[in-house]
Write a protein that binds this ligand. Structure first.
Ligand code: SF4
Ligand code: SF4
Length: 388
């Protein structure tokens, strides 16, 4: 074991050198407790659908690497603040992008570090085998990081490290080399319930249990037409939701700016909503292509931007929304627009909806137009001075 303690030290030193903020080591034993939790989670219908379906693969590292002996968990901190945020200009509304998607796509950042670490391990031990993963891998990054002593899992289900809060990207390497294990950290949430109280959709159904389908982070990434109650809750979220991180006292005062690649481009972290609606595919690829917010495609972000304009009741966007409702080829976008125009309200909104009503061929879009018109008519009655 002495030899592997030395090897572990060498790995830790190399990790520091290549900019890994935290590293921890754990065994490759199955995550039995996690499996029970995941089974229950599935039974309750709390999965978002983005997770690996095979619960054995999710909890047994040996199904990722046959001779697995240990897992090396890593964390890379990302910023929580924009140094020079874009100036607010009257009538120009902006969206919100989750901090985790501010810089270069974190999958790229983590994989580069993990691959460097893997190659280094192989230099030291030529017989070493390894598999690297993060987020889209089969294992639970949070469970691995917790067992490897990187931090504890908070009541919002995010991993919290004392140094960097929950603003960390997590990844891991499963390897056939044994290392002395690190100890898990004590949970430091105490009797705090801020994240549970602040969640706009009550997605944190109980401490440490998040209903993925109800979480706005997942909802911003859905590709289909959103139900009205979700559109009402979305606000100006274009991608992701950080509410349960922003309120967390363990994140207070933490802003890790030391990785250049994680730093935000202010115009993408808080993008103007209207320009997002007219962006070409080429331009989208050039500007958003290297961020993780782009993975669900332009249409998803545009749908959310339209909902954002409705949230701000931005009347100046009505001519643009009219054009979208008349010409956009994507029914889901037209349907969302019909809803948004109705939310913005006013005579102009009514006229737009009336003008497209007889041209729209798609049933669902037409139904949304009629629903918005009905809502506007009811509001007119409610606002009428002669109302009894
Ligand atoms: S990300 Fe937002 S919606 Fe999801 S649990 Fe946290 S506060 Fe709730
Ligand atoms: S807000 Fe409180 S309960 Fe929630 S994760 Fe942070 S410390 Fe834990």
């Amino acid at each position: 074991m002495k030899m592997n303690q030395d090897l572990k030290e060498q790995i830790i030193q190399y990790a520091k050198k290549i900019g890994i903020d935290k590293i921890g080591f754990t065994s490759a034993d199955p995550f039995l407790e996690l499996k029970e939790i995941l089974i229950r989670h599935r039974e309750l219908g709390y999965e978002s659908g983005f997770e690996e379906k095979d619960l054995d693969k999710r909890t047994n590292p040996k199904l990722s690497l046959e001779n697995a002996k240990s897992i090396i968990a890593i964390a890379i901190a990302y910023p929580s603040k924009i140094v020079s945020p874009p100036k607010s200009t009257k009538g120009e509304y902006r969206g919100f992008v989750s901090r985790s998607a501010w810089g270069l796509d974190y999958h790229l950042i983590l994989h580069e570090k993990l691959n460097l670490l893997g190659r280094y391990l192989k230099e030291l031990v030529p017989s070493a085998e390894y598999v690297v993963m993060s987020d889209t891998g089969v294992l639970s990054d949070h469970a691995v990081a917790e067992r490897a002593g990187i931090g504890w899992i908070g009541k919002n289900s995010l991993l919290i490290s004392p140094e960097f809060g929950s603003y960390v990207y997590l990844g891991e390497m499963v390897t056939n080399i044994s290392f002395p294990e690190d100890q898990p950290m004590e949970n430091q949430c105490g009797d705090c319930t801020r994240c549970i109280n602040a969640c706009p959709t009550q997605a944190i159904v109980s401490p440490y249990q998040v209903n993925g389908k109800q979480c706005l982070s997942y909802i911003t990434q859905r590709k289909d037409m959103l139900e009205e109650h979700w559109m009402e809750k979305l606000g100006n979220r274009i991608y992701g939701c950080d509410t349960c991180q922003i309120v967390c006292p363990k994140n207070k005062g933490i802003n890790s700016m030391h990785h250049e690649l994680t730093r935000p481009n202010p115009e993408l972290a808080k993008p103007l909503l209207k320009p997002l609606l007219t962006i070409s595919n080429k331009e989208f690829k050039q500007t958003w292509g290297k961020t993780s917010a782009a993975w669900r495609g332009k249409k998803t972000l545009q749908r959310n931007a339209i909902i954002g304009l409705a949230h701000f009741k931005d009347e100046s966007s009505l001519p643009l929304l009219k054009e979208i409702l008349e010409k956009d080829k994507r029914p889901m976008i037209r349907q969302t627009t019909a809803w948004a125009i109705g939310k913005i309200r006013g005579q102009q909104a009514k006229e737009i909806l009336e003008s497209v009503k007889f041209k729209e061929k798609e049933e669902k879009v037409l139904a949304e137009i009629n629903k918005s018109l009905k809502r506007l008519a009811n509001q007119d009655i409610a606002d009428s001075p002669n109302k009894k």
